[in-house]
Design a protein around this ligand. Structure first.
Ligand SMILES: [Zn+2]
Length: 322
């Protein structure tokens, strides 16, 4: 009996892996990429690609460049997403709602700037008054998953269900349907783009193929969906994030983060382009860090010809004029 089961274990170990579908939903295909046929790697690359540039010849009202500030209000979902219910870790996220967002809103109000807040459905339900205040103060509330789930781990059916739930929840709480999405952790799957099209969204802000806005191609077909690209370089979390249980540690001084963000802004200014900055209320909202955001804002506002806009405003402008 024992011998037979070990023999069958060896046999199953040697059995070739079943072929993965041409467009696997997740990131891992199960068999080595070096064995793939051209059709397969070409199909994977072509599934979601950058189409024509949507960088406008000139920015609104003759501005030299555009700045789009964004805040991903992950709050407690950065813990819940892992299935963790640790009150200690949940409190780290709660800080984002209790201290971070009010501090950010106060800063934006003082400088008369509008920004975009990407909010998971669960966060909207936990903090509905926060979303209503964000909208009331002229900012945008846009989609950021249901519970900050890892999108590439989902089947298409589950991804569709969560996106619809998130859409309906934000529409109800914020009082208007969202027009854009930032996939949690920028974990864009092979089925995300068709679902964005199904929902009729204007833009996505999760991909990294350019510095400037571009149109998304779905299997080579132009979709009309505007991509406002992001990058980990222009994100507070990789420099300042902290999770005691993992290797995530703040490894950059706030002053150095300011230096990097300012250089990205200056590069965009020199090219007459777009500067999208991603921040998190529970990270940037702390005293030593909100200070660098204010310094950056002061610096950018001191330069003539900078158009500050929400993601929705940028996407609408680029789609209409580029
Ligand atoms: Zn997030």
């Amino acid at each position: 009996m024992r011998r037979r089961s070990s023999a069958s274990a060896i046999a199953s170990k040697r059995a070739p892996a079943p072929p993965a579908p041409l467009h696997a939903t997740g990131n891992g295909a199960g068999d080595p990429a070096w064995a793939w046929e051209e059709r397969r790697w070409r199909g994977a690359v072509n599934k979601v690609r950058a189409g024509r540039s949507l960088k406008p010849a000139r920015w609104k009202n003759g501005a030299r460049m555009c700045v789009a500030l964004s805040f991903d209000s992950d709050h407690e979902t950065s813990t819940l997403r892992e299935g963790s219910t640790s009150p200690g870790r949940l409190a780290q996220g709660e800080y984002g709602a209790r201290v971070g967002v009010p501090r950010i809103l106060e800063l934006l109000r003082r400088h008369d700037l509008r920004a975009s807040f990407f909010v998971p459905g669960v966060v909207a339900k936990l903090h509905p008054d926060e979303q209503r205040r964000v909208v009331a103060e002229g900012h945008e509330v846009a989609m950021h998953g249901w519970i900050h789930e890892g999108t590439s781990e989902l089947t298409e059916g589950v991804e569709r269900d969560l996106m619809r739930r998130a859409f309906d929840t934000l529409a109800k709480i914020a009082g208007r349907p969202p027009v854009g999405v930032r996939v949690p952790s920028w974990d864009f799957s092979a089925t995300t783009l068709p679902l964005i099209r199904e929902l009729g969204l204007l833009y996505d802000s999760s991909l990294m193929a350019d510095d400037e806005p571009y149109e998304l191609l779905d299997d080579g077909v132009a979709t009309g969906i505007v991509e406002l690209p992001v990058e980990w370089i222009k994100d507070d979390a990789p420099y300042l994030g902290m999770n005691r249980a993992t290797a995530i540690r703040p490894y950059t001084a706030p002053s150095a983060v300011l230096e990097i963000f300012r250089a990205e802004f200056e590069g965009a200014l020199a090219e007459g382009g777009l500067f999208v900055l991603t921040m998190h209320p529970h990270i940037i909202g702390h005293r030593s860090r909100i200070a660098i955001l204010e310094e950056l804002i002061r610096y950018m506002k001191g330069i003539p010809g900078v158009w500050f806009a929400t993601h929705a405003e940028v996407a609408r402008y680029c789609k209409a004029t580029a």
